[in-house]
Design a protein around this ligand. Structure first.
Ligand SMILES: Cc1ncc(COP(=O)(O)O)c(C=O)c1O
Length: 414
């Protein structure tokens, strides 16, 4: 039987699409190893936004003239692209928001605030980004529900064997978990968690901010109820993200933000809400941003999510191999088979911020800090880590430059 191997990703060719790499920083080519914070932008996405502003710009939905219809078509076709990206059953289940944080706040407020109460249990993971932690902690406190954490094992992976004991006599209402940890790169086995939550009648809220840029995400296969993504982490513009939610749930929820566009009728006595998704999209939509988000999805789809995932897997395996050669570097998180293109580490005796600053002088951009994961840092027993994260434009030479920089940091400050 003939096997047709999918072509590997050519990161050097991909880089040519990204104008940022034409610049130098401190006289060196940019080694951008901070894509987990936000990804760089390809020309195709930038062109799509400029073209929209130049040829199709007007406010959407309410206009009856041709230009407004064209703008509306731009917004709605972007919605359809997000639907396809997530394999969502219907485009009306896709709500445009500012980012993943807003998507999760929408669910926490519009679903959680009205449905949680004493005796209920809200579960998040110890690995969670603050975006999927703090809103739930806050809503639990406001409603009297119990807020608990699914613990993390020493290898940086969730311990899913004691879930029933964790809930005890409480009534499980929400399980909020990320697909991929932004801090350790851990790829969480969420299908198992969502199946368990569903059996217990709980709603699942998946943070896919770090997964959707790098691999296929299928809300139906995941069996979740809500899922959040950010456009800027997947080569799209900042200021746009999406919430996917099951129509039945979105329909029965109260709105989150109130004002123009989200209403059916407004009278002094009473206001009624518009249809999905408009009920959750108050005010003027991020139109050009949506068009850019759609173009970024087209771009990533064209490169191929399988190829991107494979490329990042090779990079993370190489990075861990190189870092493990250094007995003065501590790496955190699971083996490459169960992690995305993210490595967190510390250099013995050198503060992460100093490491990052020394690397910057060589044009190597990494992040240092708690990565919006303070409960995880507490678990690791550190205040901060260094984090290098990879994407479709990352090349192995940049990992070599990272390792060279770490030697320099240790020599200077270790
Ligand atoms: C796992 C994860 N969730 C949520 C977020 C929040 O994304 P945004 O800042 O775009 O809302 C981030 C951003 O770093 C993240 O890495």
């Amino acid at each position: 039987m003939a096997v047709t191997a999918k072509p590997a990703l050519d990161a050097h060719r991909v880089r040519a699409d990204f104008p940022i790499f034409e610049q130098q920083f401190h006289g060196k080519p940019l080694a951008f190893l901070d894509s987990a914070a936000s990804a760089q932008k390809p020309r195709q996405m930038l062109d799509a936004m400029r073209d929209f502003y130049e040829t199709s710009y007007a406010n959407v939905h309410r206009g009856v003239y041709q230009l407004a219809e064209r703008a509306t078509e731009g917004l709605e076709s972007a919605r359809e692209k997000v639907r396809r990206l997530l394999n969502a059953p219907a485009a009306r289940e896709v709500v445009f928001v500012r980012n993943a944080t807003e998507a999760i706040n929408l669910v926490a407020y519009a679903w959680g605030m009205n449905r949680l109460g004493p005796g209920d249990v809200v579960l998040v993971t110890e690995l969670e980004h603050h975006s999927n932690f703090v809103p739930w902690q806050y809503v639990a406190r406001r409603t009297g529900a119990d807020f608990r954490m699914i613990p993390l094992g020493d290898g940086g992976e969730l311990l899913l064997d004691g879930l029933d004991e964790l809930v005890g006599d409480g009534s499980l209402k929400v399980v909020a978990a990320g697909l991929v940890s932004n801090s350790l790169g851990t790829a969480n086995p969420l299908e198992r968690l969502t199946a368990w939550a569903r059996e217990r009648g709980a709603v699942t809220v998946v943070d896919a901010a770090q997964a959707a840029p790098h691999r296929e995400v299928d809300v139906q296969a995941l069996g979740c109820d809500f899922l959040a993504v950010s456009g800027h982490k997947m080569c799209g513009p900042s200021g746009i993200g999406a919430l996917w939610g099951r129509a039945e749930l979105l329909q029965e929820m109260e709105p989150f933000l109130l004002g123009g566009h989200m209403i059916r009728s407004v009278k002094a006595e009473r206001t009624t809400w518009g249809e999905l998704p408009h009920k959750f999209e108050a005010g003027t939509a991020p139109m050009a941003e949506a068009v850019g988000f759609g173009a970024a999805i087209d771009y990533l789809t064209e490169v191929g999510f399988e190829a991107i995932e494979r490329h990042e897997h090779e990079l993370v395996a190489y990075a861990l191999e190189r870092l493990h050669e250094l007995d003065w570097v501590t790496c955190y998180g699971p083996p490459p088979e169960r992690r995305a293109g993210i490595v967190s580490f510390n250099v013995d005796g050198v503060h992460p911020h100093d490491v990052a600053q020394i690397l910057d002088l060589d044009g190597v951009a990494i992040r240092a800090g708690h990565h919006c994961c303070q409960p995880l840092m507490q678990k690791l027993g550190v205040a901060a880590t260094n984090r290098a994260s990879f994407y479709l434009y990352t090349i192995p030479e940049e990992i070599d430059r990272l390792v060279d920089g770490l030697h320099k940091a240790r020599k200077l400050l270790g």
